[in-house]
Design a protein around this ligand. Structure first.
Ligand code: NAD
Ligand code: 6OD
Length: 486
């Protein structure tokens, strides 16, 4: 069982201008594992958000604004080393906040966060820019000019992150933002404040100039998140979270025409062709639908299976879902209730529940936690809300298709377009189908293999822009063309 004890001792705190700032307003932090209160989280007032934005601006005007890319990359490497040195503490804090299995935090969340700092240290240092010698007929003198591009940071960037992969998704933005020379004001999810607070400690220990990284805690709408994303002193916003929240942030950002990068929700399809290695497709779908109890934006919630193997696939997937043990809870009682409301809606809409559909009983403290069963549904039309809306829980609906065109049509018939998975042993089919699926990321015979250098993001309601590798460095900097007559 995950332990919560570390969090109570840790006391999440705002970090502004290089110091942990006290605050009077707080709200309770509950354990998703057993529902008990295990700590308090500070709620940043508008004044604290203002102070963080002012500190970030001052950092840009001070020593941080004068750092070279080499110096910034060295800071990033020290931060990576600092997280690594406190690896177990980070893992315990992530497990405590999210209730996710320790293995997941120890093999994905924290190593990936370390990897983010190292990857951006390498990428930013080695980044070339272009130069164009230009000849302009009719110009006086040599008639020649040299055009070259330099990149400058955007300025003060607001980074807002969700609770599902708290440190991974926060550092995924913080690392490139700092590498590009910006000053950061970050707000993690109110549900998961702990690893962000540890990160602030590590950043302080790494010697980053005061104000280059600031952290405020609190809620989103009408609170710290909204104060930050509607702030006139913020030059850009990088947000990961729900599509509806993205729309609200966009409305607030519109007033100052603040540039945005959005990683939003999904309703990701998997296409299983009859020529697939069925055992591999079933195991892959178990991973893609049920890892972190479905609380990863890339998780599969719609599975389309070619008719000749449909029954066999459903039987095998349902059997595997029923046999799952050791899975984590939903992040909160509210989210558990939302997922359960979709389990009920599915039945009202006419679904057959092939596995799960309810709340598990463990006979221990977890019975007071926020658990739901891994669930497999069939029998719904494509128009059902259960098939169209993001649930963000351990659930998928499986439907049959007859041919390639129908599979692609069904996959694309969604307001979302984040990720997709194609299961086939026919190489030509894989190359034909993958580019036709409306998604930012398509995996073939695998899921969630992520190279940090590749573009990451979604189409339609799943996001705006791409992050990852050079794409993040592009977002977090402004190209300036310099034209010199020679
Ligand atoms: P959420 O949108 O509720 O919250 C995300 C963050 O936004 C939190 O820090 C929250 O406090 C803040 N926030 C909420 N309302 C705000 C407002 N009006 N103004 C400013 N900030 C506000 O999302 P969540 O429940 O934390 O995370 C789950 C969602 O995130 C799912 O939809 C999931 O698909 C999505 N997600 C997407 C990706 C991706 O990379 N595309 C990754 C992870 C999660
Ligand atoms: O693995 C990654 O790098 C990444 N950005 C994962 C995003 C997962 C969303 O929940």
């Amino acid at each position: 069982m995950p332990l919560r004890s570390t969090i109570a001792a840790m006391k999440p705190a705002h970090y502004v201008n290089g110091v942990f700032a006290p605050t009077e307003a707080t709200f309770p932090l509950l354990s998703p594992v057993d529902g008990s209160q295990v700590g308090v989280v500070p709620e940043a007032s508008r004044d604290i958000v203002d102070a963080a934005v002012r500190a970030a601006r001052a950092a840009l005007d001070g020593p941080w604004g004068r750092t070279s890319v080499e110096e910034r990359c060295a800071f990033l490497r020290r931060i990576a080393d600092g997280i690594e040195a406190r690896f177990d503490e980070f893992v315990a804090a992530e497990v405590a906040d999210t209730g996710k299995p320790r293995d997941l935090a120890a093999t994905v969340d924290i190593p990936r966060a370390i990897g983010n700092f190292r990857a951006y240290a390498d990428l930013a240092y080695g980044r070339p820019e272009r130069a164009y010698p230009t000849t302009v007929p009719g110009w006086s003198g040599s008639g020649q000019a040299l055009n070259y591009t330099v990149r400058r940071p955007l300025g003060v960037v607001a980074i807002i992150s969700p609770w599902n992969l708290p440190l991974l998704l926060l550092t995924w933005k913080v690392a490139p933002a700092l590498a590009a020379g910006n000053a950061v004001v970050a707000k993690p999810s109110e549900e998961t404040p702990s690893t962000a607070t540890l990160l602030a400690e590590v950043i302080g220990e790494a010697g980053l100039p005061d104000g280059a990284f600031n952290l405020v805690h609190g809620h989103g709408a009408g609170a710290a998140g909204e104060h930050l994303t509607s702030h006139a002193g913020v030059d850009a916003i990088a947000f990961t979270g729900a599509s509806a929240t993205g729309a609200a942030i966009m409305r607030n950002a519109a007033e100052h025409v603040t540039p945005l990068s959005f990683e939003l929700g999904g309703k990701n399809p998997a296409l299983v062709f009859a020529d697939a290695d069925l055992a591999e497709a079933v195991e892959g779908t178990v991973r893609s639908s049920f890892t972190h109890s479905g609380q990863i934006c890339l998780c599969t919630e719609r599975v389309y299976v070619q008719r000749p193997v449909f029954d066999e696939f459903v039987r095998a997937l349902a059997e595997r879902a029923r046999a799952l043990t050791g899975y984590g809870p939903m992040i909160s009682a509210e989210h558990r209730d939302k997922v359960l409301s979709y389990y009920r809606l599915a039945v009202e809409e006419g679904a057959t529940v092939q596995a799960g559909g309810g709340v598990p009983t463990f006979g221990d403290a977890r019975d007071s936690g926020f658990y739901v069963e891994p669930t497999v549904l069939t029998g719904l039309p494509q128009s059902a809300r259960t098939v169209r809306e993001e649930i963000f829980g351990p659930v998928c609906h499986v439907a049959p298709f007859d041919d390639e065109d129908e599979a692609i049509r069904l996959a694309n018939d969604s307001p979302y377009g984040l990720a997709a998975t194609v299961w086939t042993t026919d190489l030509s089919r894989a190359h034909r189908v993958a580019p036709r699926v409306e998604a930012g990321i398509v995996w073939v015979n695998c899921w969630n293999l992520r190279d940090l250098r590749t573009p990451f993001g979604g189409v339609k309601a799943s996001g705006i822009g791409r992050e990852g590798g050079e794409y993040s460095l592009d977002f977090f900097s402004e190209p300036v063309n310099v034209c010199v007559k020679i």
